[in-house]
Design a protein around this ligand. Structure first.
Ligand code: ATP
Length: 232
């Protein structure tokens, strides 16, 4: 579903990412774990066709993000680190707007939005203004807008960050539930936030993969004193 080979991204002279290579199979839920500034957001923005790579190859379902951004965007649901939610809109109106923005006809959006409200646990707050919602519900709205066009791949930038313990449990359940229909890549800077949710974790440090594996494999690497700098 994702194949990244020798990706580099420079901001001016500064290398933010690279050399970075990894792949993700369809149906996996994978965590991209790293400290602030490790290159997570840059990598996810390139996948979401929001930023051009400096060099290297990034493919989604076999399509190159530089050559076929339009097609790639239709395959991806993207939750940015600060999603552009419109506080003065109701949840339902916003999702309808997001659906139309992604090319659904009015009739398709009318059918799809109630399904998405149900799938993300937002049905009960659908008539509330987004500004009035808790952070946990706002994150759900962010996930809902990401899945509204039925993408195969979800790219979620720190979906669990800043949630309280109850909201974290609810978000984990939501993500595991979405796994049936979507391949998911999500970022975090805290291992404990994502270890239960993800099948596999990629540790990114200074724009490169420093370690990868299940939580158990990463823990055993830590025990063997390999340098895996993560916040646990
Ligand atoms: P965080 O968790 O803080 O969001 P991150 O792992 O997502 O961090 P990035 O945001 O991808 O990391 O940043 C990687 C590096 O690139 C950092 O050193 C950052 O300062 C730099 N960087 C990111 N965006 C820009 C930009 N627009 N211009 C210049 N440098 C940037």
């Amino acid at each position: 579903m994702i194949e990244i080979v020798d990706l580099y991204k420079y901001y001016g002279e500064r290398r933010a990412v690279g050399p970075l290579s990894f792949s993700i199979e369809a149906g996996e839920i994978v965590g991209l774990l790293g400290l602030n500034g490790a290159g997570k957001t840059t990598t996810l923005r390139i996948l979401a066709c929001d930023l051009l790579p400096s060099s290297g190859s990034v493919r989604v379902n076999g399509l190159d993000v530089v050559e076929s951004p339009h097609e790639v965007r239709s395959l991806i649901g993207y939750l940015p680190d600060t999603p552009p939610l419109y506080g003065e809109m109701t949840v339902r109106a916003y999702l309808h707007f997001a659906a139309r923005l992604r090319g659904l006809s009015k009739a398709s959006a009318d059918k799809r939005v109630p399904e998405v409200l149900e799938a993300t646990g937002l049905a009960e707050v659908q008539d509330q203004l987004i500004a009035s919602l808790s952070h946990g519900y706002k994150q759900r709205v962010g996930i809902a807008q990401a899945i509204v066009h039925g993408p195969k791949l979800l790219v979620l930038d720190e979906p669990i960050s800043g949630l309280d313990p109850v909201q974290i449990v609810e978000m984990r359940e939501l993500l595991r539930g979405l796994k049936g229909e979507h391949t998911i890549l999500l970022s975090s800077h805290i291992l404990g936030e994502i270890s239960e949710t993800c099948d596999r974790i990629l540790v990114i440090r200074e724009g490169q993969i420093a370690a990868s594996g299940t939580e158990a494999e990463l823990s055993s690497k830590l025990l063997k004193n390999q340098r895996v700098e993560v916040t646990v």
